[in-house]
Design a protein around this ligand. Structure first.
Ligand code: SF4
Ligand code: SF4
Length: 183
């Protein structure tokens, strides 16, 4: 019994812990609120969609652009999307989010850059993506990632064909690529 009185006395002697409305506790600097997107930094990789555990972020790819959708009512504010975004395009508010009981989505359209060879649209690359994918960033690599898959394949085929032709010419054989079977 004595211990209960001690406990009550102890509680009474302390300040109250519960804040009364409209008072609010201070938020930490690293508070994780609503996700915000900076469209100028997004490279359209879709990693945020892949890592989001609650499907709050979803991306739909089209030939020349990507539709990015964020439904805050599904977001658990875990911060995985902002941590993994290679474009540093995502950040979280330092304010308490409102309560959303219904879907409340935000949309952005991200236009893809163009292949420097043929002009076709394709998802972009930046230095961070190159580091993750290839482990290094060089000027040559930067040039290469601005070329689409089709043009890269064509360039590889042309180089391979040139090598074979040179080899056959050195051996005194004909050009089988052009249908000359005299060799
Ligand atoms: S750059 Fe960031 S925001 Fe854009 S699609 Fe990739 S992960 Fe998502
Ligand atoms: S904070 Fe977490 S739940 Fe919310 S969109 Fe990003 S990854 Fe998804």
């Amino acid at each position: 019994m004595a211990s209960i009185f001690n406990l009550i006395a102890d509680n009474v002697s302390h300040h109250r812990s519960t804040l009364r409305f409209p008072e609010q506790s201070k938020l930490k600097v690293e508070y994780r609120g609503i996700v915000r997107m900076d469209t100028s930094k997004c490279i359209g990789c879709g990693i945020c969609d892949y890592v989001c555990p609650s499907s709050a972020i979803s991306v739909k790819r089209y030939e020349d652009h990507m539709d990015w959708r964020y439904d805050v009512s599904r977001c658990t504010f875990c911060g995985r999307c902002a941590r993994t975004c290679p474009g540093e395009a995502l950040a979280q508010d330092c304010e308490r989010p409102h309560s959303y009981s219904k879907p409340h989505a935000e949309y952005h359209e991200i236009t893809y850059p163009h292949c420097t060879q043929c002009g076709r649209s394709m998802p972009g690359f930046n230095d961070q993506m190159m580091m993750r994918a290839f482990g290094n960033v060089s000027d040559k690599l930067r040039e290469r990632v601005q070329v689409c898959d089709r043009c890269r394949l064509l360039a590889t085929q042309t180089t391979a064909k040139g090598k074979v032709e040179r080899q056959r010419a050195a051996e005194g054989k004909g050009d089988e690529w052009s249908g000359d079977s005299s060799g």
